[in-house]
Design a protein around this ligand. Structure first.
Ligand code: H79
Length: 449
């Protein structure tokens, strides 16, 4: 994570310093992060050989995450390898996936170019442990890159640092590809990693984010993380790199604020920080059920309402929401995922303005009735989006923190009808219609005077 350090006397020389002695001005950093901050909502895709067993090994359900099955069932590489012969995603329709994301209001897609099992979704020159060795053979990333370009969605890659297949990954386990190697060589592994990243950065157009993971094992060091970050930024100065490139994520909380760690933003996993991460960029990645890769057992789907309120909660704290889909080995996104993304999309059709390009709530705590996001208008005034989760029975919305203040208000669902606003010692009061326009979150726009 980068820190902002005031250098000497001039505000103009405000520098974003990083521990690896590469600096960019705060303005440059803001520019690089601009699309990410606008986006607020992205699609995470976990897809790979683990989608074949889909949580089941030797007739039994394997505990844990579906994409972790090799670890969960301690499957030796020799037994895991034949899964490649059963990975044939003939129903893959990249254009349909991108349209699904776009219609849900998502602005970027992060797909697993490689997960921890080391298998690559493109035909890499560095290995045969990839799509080229399956019956399908064709690059899976290229059609997605083309569809993203066509629909104006940023393409990003999740690329696992930890690699259970590669003989040179330095943390050994009996079931891993390094088990028989007496001296795994992390320099050789890092060269392999860089050569692959070079392919990913040069073959698929403009890449938005490199999303690293699997950095926590001892084989990966702070020095290697810093070096990789600097190397990538030199190759592609516009690239955004998450903080799992280095060792500063602080577990599932997603971020240590120690400035020595490289990475552009924090990555809370399966959680939303109670008060956001003020002063830092961040993104919560979360599942739709309880797993990332497709599982035939996991039917504990979160409701569309819950997912939507997560999106709003995260936006109200200044973060992004990266929401998973786990396609099947045939290349289909589960119907339960599609239904939920479509429900979010239906809400976004009316209310996207309250999410995209917004900033955190100005209030220190969430209002009792819901959440708040904000935007600076061209005239310098502040527009608040009041997300009403609990529609007040007395039709009176009280905005605490705006005691004695006034403004003009309307519902995003019905912009032509002004709502009555009254200044009051209890907080600004807005008179609402009797029924909520949306059961999950109705958005009242308040332009403050
Ligand atoms: O790709 C998905 C998962 O497969 C991967 N990250 C998401 C985005 C992942 N989720 N959980 N895990 C991996 C399991 C790792 C858990 C831990 Fe740790 C490793 C617990 C202790 C060591 C990393 C370091 C998390 C907490 C400390």
């Amino acid at each position: 994570m980068k820190t902002r350090t005031l250098t000497a006397t001039f505000l103009a020389s405000l520098l974003v310093m990083s521990a690896f002695a590469q600096a960019e001005t705060k303005e440059e950093f803001d520019q690089r992060m601009a699309w990410f901050r606008e986006a607020r909502f992205g699609m995470f895709i976990h897809w790979g050989l683990y989608s074949v067993p889909a949580g089941e090994w030797k007739g039994g359900k394997v505990k844990g995450l579906a994409e972790w099955i090799q670890s969960g069932a301690q499957i030796p590489v020799a037994d895991y390898t034949p899964l490649k012969d059963r990975f044939n995603p003939v129903k893959y329709d990249a254009d349909a996936w991108v349209r699904l994301a776009k219609d849900a209001g998502m602005k970027y897609i992060v797909i697993t170019s490689k997960h921890h099992d080391g298998f690559c979704l493109w035909d890499s020159k560095q290995t045969d442990w990839d799509i080229g060795s399956t019956p399908y053979k064709k690059d899976l990333l290229k059609p997605l890159a083309d569809a993203c370009e066509k629909h104006g969605i940023k393409l990003c890659f999740y690329h696992s640092i930890m690699d259970w297949h590669h003989p040179d990954w330095g943390t050994k386990k009996p079931w891993r590809g390094n088990a028989e190697n007496p001296a795994p060589d992390m320099d050789r592994f890092t060269a392999y990693l860089k050569a692959q990243l070079d392919e990913l950065l040069t073959g698929y157009g403009d890449i938005g984010i490199l999303w690293f993971d699997g950095e926590w094992e001892d084989a990966w060091t702070h020095e290697r993380g810093k070096d990789l970050y600097a190397w990538l930024r030199r190759k592609n100065p516009k690239l955004i790199i998450n903080n799992r490139v280095d060792k500063g994520r602080k577990g599932m909380e997603g971020m240590s604020k120690d400035s020595k760690y490289a990475g552009d933003y924090g990555t809370p996993e399966q959680q939303i920080p109670a008060n956001g991460l003020p002063g830092f960029d961040w993104e919560s990645c979360m599942t739709l059920n309880g797993t990332w890769g497709f599982s035939k057992f996991d039917e504990k789907w979160k409701s569309a309402g819950n997912l939507l309120q997560n999106l709003i909660d995260i936006a109200s704290k200044g973060g992004n929401y990266l929401l998973i889909v786990g396609p099947t080995a045939e290349g289909e996104i589960p119907a339960a995922s599609i239904e939920r993304l479509q429900a979010i999309g239906a809400w976004m059709k009316t209310n996207a303005e309250s999410i995209h390009g917004t900033r955190a709530s100005p209030f220190p705590t969430a209002p009792s009735w819901g959440r708040c996001t904000s935007r600076k208008l061209a005239d310098g005034k502040t527009r608040l989006y009041l997300h009403v989760f609990d529609w007040p029975a007395d039709r009176l919305l009280v905005v605490k923190g705006l005691e004695g203040k006034t403004g003009s208000a309307f519902l995003l669902a019905d912009p032509s009808r002004k709502l009555e606003v009254q200044p009051h010692a209890d907080g600004l009061r807005i008179q609402l219609p009797a029924t909520a326009p949306d059961a999950i979150s109705s958005v009242v726009v308040l332009d403050q005077d």
